[in-house]
Design a protein around this ligand. Structure first.
Ligand SMILES: Nc1ncnc2c1ncn2[C@@H]1O[C@H](COP(=O)(O)OP(=O)(O)OP(=O)(O)O)[C@@H](O)[C@H]1O
Length: 292
């Protein structure tokens, strides 16, 4: 059984609500937790990981409240925090063996399991190099490797692609996609393309509230008819940019082509085009901002 049930979960720091009444039922697959900085993603993940006390609400794993059955959840939990740090004096292999021992893996299993996770994240070749020699992407893959040591049923990854270059981002995305079968993965990001094509569900948060609990397909469909393309002179382009949510602006020989996210036609020459997921996300999160 693998069931995460969250009911009316809230977190308050002082007078500030970081999360308000979030309810969610998690099932195997990848749940993308998307929202701007400060949306409440980290607070939510830390509460699920039993590292932060909720102010209100309950989190259940297989029907058991994790306030009283935290250990049961921790046994099947893998967690890569946003600020995951590595120890400079270790090689990748030594670091993983150390963490495996800390997590209580039986000694007889440690070497084999560390070799397995190194293979999963494709770091066998560099496993005996010291960690400071790793690239940002390799460090994040070591982070995933440590989270996989106990073959978790629930894998939580908090903004893992921050600071990675585009090639590393893609590699990391592919790695996570390969891990989705038979476990719940929760991945937070403020960059929607990180979860495009890999998440089967999207939870969009803003200022502690759920703006949408949807799928990439449904989010895209919701933006149909609300993304426009228009090619104009520079002065008009600047005016449009001031009044509308412009997702891209490209200089052409004969003018400037803008892609505009707007529920209404932004310019008489504008034509409807297919939305990208990012544009659909902008529409969902920026509705108030684009009112003109
Ligand atoms: N320990 C804390 N004390 C006070 N306020 C906090 C604390 N941690 C978070 N907050 C506030 O709660 C809100 C949600 O923060 P949280 O880190 O959960 O959001 P986030 O979506 O993960 O953003 P980020 O990507 O910046 O981490 C923010 O307004 C933040 O400033």
């Amino acid at each position: 059984m693998m069931e995460l049930t969250i009911e009316r979960l809230s977190k308050r720091y002082g007078q500030h609500w970081a999360l308000r009444e979030l309810s969610l039922r998690g099932a195997p697959g990848m749940l993308g937790l998307v929202g701007p900085n400060g949306a409440g993603k980290t607070s939510l993940m830390r509460m699920i990981a039993t590292l932060l006390e909720p102010t209100e609400g309950t989190i259940r794993w297989n029907g058991q409240d994790i306030r009283t059955h935290g250990q049961t959840l921790r046994q099947v939990l893998g967690y890569l925090p946003q600020d995951f740090g590595v120890y400079p004096e270790f090689t990748g292999r030594q670091f993983l063996r150390y963490l495996a021992a800390m997590k209580g893996l039986p000694t007889s299993l440690v070497h084999r399991r560390v070799d397995e996770v190194l293979e999963i994240v494709n770091l066998e070749q560099v496993a005996d190099r010291k960690l400071p020699a790793y690239s940002g992407g390799m460090k994040q893959r070591i982070g995933i490797a440590q989270a996989l040591l106990n073959d978790p049923e629930l894998l939580i990854v908090d903004e893992p692609t921050a600071g990675l270059d585009p090639a590393e981002r893609v590699r990391f995305r592919t790695l996570l996609a390969s891990l989705t079968s038979n476990r719940i993965i929760m991945l937070s990001t403020h960059i929607i393309s990180d979860v495009e094509a890999v998440a089967n569900r999207l939870l969009i948060l803003r200022e502690g509230r759920v703006l949408a609990d949807t799928t990439p397909e449904a989010l895209l469909a919701s933006a149909a008819g609300s993304v426009w393309s228009v090619t104009t002179d520079q002065a008009t382009a600047l005016q449009l940019q001031a009044s509308y949510q412009v997702s891209t602006m490209v200089n052409q020989v004969h003018g400037i082509t803008l892609r505009i996210v707007s529920a209404t036609r932004p310019h008489e020459a504008a034509v409807v085009i297919d939305p990208s997921l990012e544009e659909a996300y902008l529409l969902a999160t920026g509705r108030q901002a684009v009112q003109v």
